[in-house]
Ligand binder design. Structure first.
Ligand SMILES: O=C(O)CC[C@@H](O)C(=O)O
Ligand SMILES: [Zn+2]
Length: 506
């Protein structure tokens, strides 16, 4: 029997979740440089004459130097990293970014780019005293071609604002993340952010048509074409997508926006074991075909942590695993029937034990909210070691029970969830407090195992500050050397987002 959705109590809005998460741990995290034993590189140090120069080009209000004002820009939202910057700059346009970088390059002052600061690998906060270049005031939409779907905007536009804007004009943004209310499109581009519907709309290397970026020496690189086809030599935009601000700072993007689907349907299912999830994924691809837009999974501990820690409602009973299947299509009746037929068929086969399908926006929002809140749920009760890995599907869930055993009762929660359709699992290990002892049980073990399984140690969150020393588990020496050569060419003084992405030795 298909169970209807239970009455759903008030939707917990994302801003409330972040507030809960914020208040859960008011203590300042340890300095990144001490926690991870990092030595400061040989950059210049900021003098009052530098601050005066920045004030002369930006004006007083857009140069923050007061310790209390600067503090939030030094800390990442999961409270894992803390930098020691004393200056935050808020440019309003590309020319200002260019002037800042030109000056910093001449003075050998290191700079950390920052969008919404929603990253999970410490890429958007400084490590030492790097100047924070915050993009929040570069938030203008320049144009939208509602025929081709090409949107051109500045880097500091918030993803959700862009999505609302294009939705009113019959389009959607090609990516959707739990952090959409805060993350910036420039940060999304720089980190090649993945998200919930990559399965359907692809990654940003495909959706970004063009980019404007500023190199370390202040040169503005104009690759801001909004063309689907432009085969004129090297595809330079790709250098800035996913390089996390180490080769240049993204200032504008041209994004290809898909059409707003007329029909959206969502199913939320209880599943007995992981093998059945894989069978279900295969069946979903063949039963739902071109309308499949998301296929996500979460284990019991993931959903339970949002229910217990954030008091979110679970519309179905407790099961070892949960699957969320979404369709985007153009025919409401046809798509709804397709998903309901899929549910009935797989309940009969036993792959789905219990489930619900809905096309009601508020109910869909409640289910998505449950899934998107897993990332923050552990932070309410402790420190979370976060892993974001790609693993071939047959081994996708293997590491979760192994890690559970390895950390034993030192962990409050060990859970696995993620984007099955992309072969990307997130493993979160929540402990009462960060401890080096637990860290060394988990790392590098987890990366060694991922490497043995031919996976990637970073599926969608990037390398940032947390993973350069593990990058060799997923990248060959020859490729790492080319990365270093590119860095040398584009940022010879190494001022752009230092201590991030590239390992010290190849
Ligand atoms: O925090 C995490 O581990 C994952 C965050 C995000 O990528 C998600 O899919 O929810
Ligand atoms: Zn994810």
């Amino acid at each position: 029997m298909i169970k209807p959705l239970v009455t759903l109590v008030g939707l917990l809005h994302k801003s409330k979740i972040s507030e809960q998460v914020r208040y859960a741990s008011q203590a300042l995290p340890q300095l990144s440089s001490e926690k991870y034993n990092i030595k400061r590189k040989d950059f210049g140090t900021i003098k009052s004459s530098d601050v005066s120069y920045f004030k002369s080009i930006l004006n007083e209000g857009r140069v923050l130097t007061d310790e209390n004002d600067v503090m939030p820009y030094n800390i990442d939202w999961i409270k894992n990293c803390r930098g020691q910057s004393t200056v935050v700059l808020k440019p309003q346009n590309t020319a200002e970014v260019s002037a800042i970088l030109k000056y910093c390059n001449e003075k050998r002052l290191a700079v950390c780019p920052q969008g919404g600061n929603t990253g999970l690998v410490g890429g958007s906060v400084p490590v030492f005293d790097e100047i924070v270049l915050n993009f929040s005031l570069m938030n203008k939409i320049e144009s939208l071609d509602d025929v081709s779907g090409a949107l051109i905007c500045e880097a500091g536009c918030i993803l959700e604002n862009l999505d609302n804007y294009v939705r009113e004009r019959g389009l959607i943004m090609p990516l959707d993340l739990g952090a959409k209310g805060s993350c910036h499109i420039g940060g999304n581009a720089s980190t090649n952010a993945g998200g919930l519907r990559l399965l359907r709309y692809g990654n940003l290397h495909g959706s970004i048509l063009g980019i404007e970026a500023v190199k370390a020496d202040g040169t503005v690189i104009d690759c801001l074409k909004a063309l689907k086809k432009d085969n004129t030599g090297y595809h330079l935009k790709h250098l800035f997508i996913g390089s996390e601000g180490t080769l240049g700072f993204v200032t504008k993007v041209a994004v290809s926006c898909p059409v707003l689907p007329k029909a959206v349907n969502l199913g939320f299912f209880g599943v007995e074991n992981f093998e059945n999830i894989l069978k279900l994924y295969k069946s979903a691809k063949s039963s739902l075909g071109e309308i499949l837009s998301a296929f996500e999974m979460a284990d019991f501990d993931s959903i339970n942590s949002t229910v217990q820690n954030l008091k979110l409602p679970n519309p179905i009973a407790d099961y070892p695993f949960y699957v969320l299947v979404e369709t985007h299509g153009s025919d409401d009746v046809h798509d709804g029937e397709k998903l309901s037929r899929f549910l009935s068929k797989e309940m009969e086969s036993g792959l789905i034990v219990d489930g619900t399908v809905t096309s009601e926006p508020s109910k869909m929002q409640t289910i998505w909210n449950l899934r998107e809140s897993i990332a923050g749920a552990g932070l309410v009760v402790g420190y979370v070691f976060k892993y974001d890995v790609s693993i071939p599907l047959k081994n996708y869930y293997d590491l979760v029970p192994i890690l559970r055993k390895k950390v034993g009762d030192k962990a409050l929660i060990v859970c696995g969830y993620g984007h099955v359709g992309d072969g990307n699992i997130h493993i979160n290990v929540t402990v009462p407090k960060y401890s080096q002892e637990i860290a060394s049980v988990l790392e590098p073990y987890i990366f060694e195992e991922v490497s043995k399984l031919n996976g990637s140690i970073s599926a969608e969150h990037g390398i940032g500050f947390r993973k350069p020393k593990y990058i060799h588990y997923s990248k060959d020496k020859s490729a790492l050397q080319l990365m270093k050569d590119l860095k040398q060419l584009m940022d010879p003084n190494g001022i752009l987002n230092p201590y991030k992405v590239l390992p010290d030795t190849v």
